[in-house]
Design a protein around this ligand. Structure first.
Ligand code: NAD
Ligand code: IPM
Ligand code: MN
Length: 367
């Protein structure tokens, strides 16, 4: 009997639809030989949701997501909607509520650079002779992104005062610590927890909780701690000292962009966001998206790197549909294409770049 994969496709804005389009082509080409059928529904989100339905996360889109087994997400936001009140803008009104709605607290962002491709990294090759292989586990539904109160008030003298609240509970820290531990067990058995415990109360709790949790549940894992400012520096100095880089929401946002570029480009970094919800296959329900944004500066030119979107689709195959073998086929095809010098402008450096479609086509040919 043939297997059917039911997922929601939310392309979003600017380069979102461009890279989504070709990622779906790759997904089809990779799954067809195994007799797998794709049953996906495309729904508007972000600026596209505002334009079509007056809302960044229309109810109809949320419904499509609820009825699916996973979400393949592009990216949202950009200059077209930046004049809207901040709370109505695509990022805050669509992406964050979507992560929250499905309690997708665990964001996994792999930082992988093959040794054959170190020329794509801004780091000197002699610092990364074997390439880079690290992973960021980022807490995604807590911290300063979601803490209340979150307000702006006008003071009596007419000036303003804005407030964000950074908050974490023991339970929120423990559940993401477990994800970091499981991830480390499948790799180098090493976790570096990144915080700012010399300043922040949330970080003091983070560090204490992580120490106690690992001592009790995962004593065999090598656990270290680092302040976030040092971690930013160490990543640029010697990224491979890390195996699993584990941190809270905002630090993870910032460090993962840094990880992406030292691994070649933001256009290469995929991500999976998982929670406790299981899908109809008894596997984790997840949202899969590139770590980068809508790249308005290059949108419409057909030159965006589709690899982050394609590799996010591969993560979806593995985590939400149990198709690790096909996921690895896609990863190998991406590696092979890049290795063969077929690269979009962000990673071409000195080679002649190809466009989004040609890159995806090259990947399909190497499946
Ligand atoms: P960005 O990630 O969109 O772009 C940063 C730089 O990286 C740009 O120069 C861009 O051209 C480049 N880049 C990103 N992805 C690329 C790709 N696939 N191929 C080639 N180059 C790529 O960040 P930004 O400019 O700060 O943000 C633009 C918009 O995207 C903002 O509205 C922001 O809020 C939004 N954003 C959305 C998401 C998301 O939906 N997950 C993530 C990050 C940013
Ligand atoms: C990311 C993005 C988002 C975040 C924005 C667009 C809300 O930067 O996924 O890294 O900060 O989480
Ligand atoms: Mn980000």
């Amino acid at each position: 009997m043939s297997k059917t994969l039911k997922f929601a496709v939310l392309p979003g804005d600017y380069i979102g639809p461009e890279v989504m389009d070709v990622a779906l082509d790759v997904l089809k080409a990779a799954t067809e030989p195994a007799g797998i059928k794709l049953e996906y529904e495309v729904a508007a989100v972000g600026g596209a949701g505002i334009d079509a339905h007056g809302k960044a996360l229309p109810e109809s889109t949320l419904k499509v997501c609820e009825e699916a087994d996973a979400i393949l997400f592009g990216s949202v936001g950009g200059p077209k909607w930046e004049k809207l009140p901040p709370k109505e803008q695509p990022e805050r009104a669509a992406l964050l509520p979507l992560r929250k709605a499905f309690s997708l607290f665990a964001n996994i962002r792999p930082g992988l650079l093959l040794k054959e491709l170190t020329d794509a990294s801004p780091l000197k090759t002699e610092r990364i002779p074997e390439g880079i292989d690290i992973v960021c586990i980022r807490e995604l539904t807590g911290g300063i992104y979601f803490g209340q109160p979150k307000t702006t008030e006008t003071l009596p003298d007419g000036s303003k005062r804005a407030l964000d609240t950074m908050v974490y509970t023991t339970e929120e820290i423990e559940r993401i610590a477990e994800v970091a531990a499981i991830t480390a067990k499948g790799r180098g058995n090493k976790v570096c927890s990144v915080d700012k415990a010399n300043v922040l109360e949330t970080s003091v709790l983070w560090r204490q909780t992580v120490i106690e949790y690992f001592k009790k549940h995962h004593p065999e894992i090598e656990l270290s701690h680092m302040y976030v400012d040092n971690a930013a520096m160490q990543l640029a100095r010697d990224p491979n000292q890390f195996d699993v880089l584990f941190t809270e929401n905002m630090f993870g946002d910032i460090l993962s962009d840094e990880m992406a570029v030292i691994c070649g480009s933001l256009g290469m970094m995929s991500s999976a966001s998982l929670g406790t919800k299981q899908n109809s296959h008894g596997l984790p329900y997840g949202l899969y998206e590139p770590a980068g944004g809508t790249a308005p500066d290059i949108a419409g030119k057909g030159i965006a790197n589709p690899c982050a979107q394609i590799l996010s689709a591969a993560m979806m195959l593995e985590y939400s549909f149990g198709e690790a073998e096909i996921a690895n086929k896609i990863r190998d095809a991406v590696k092979q294409a890049v290795q063969d010098g077929i690269r979009t402008g962000d990673i071409a450096f000195g080679m002649s770049p190809v466009g989004t479609k040609a890159m995806a086509q090259a990947i399909v040919e190497r499946l």
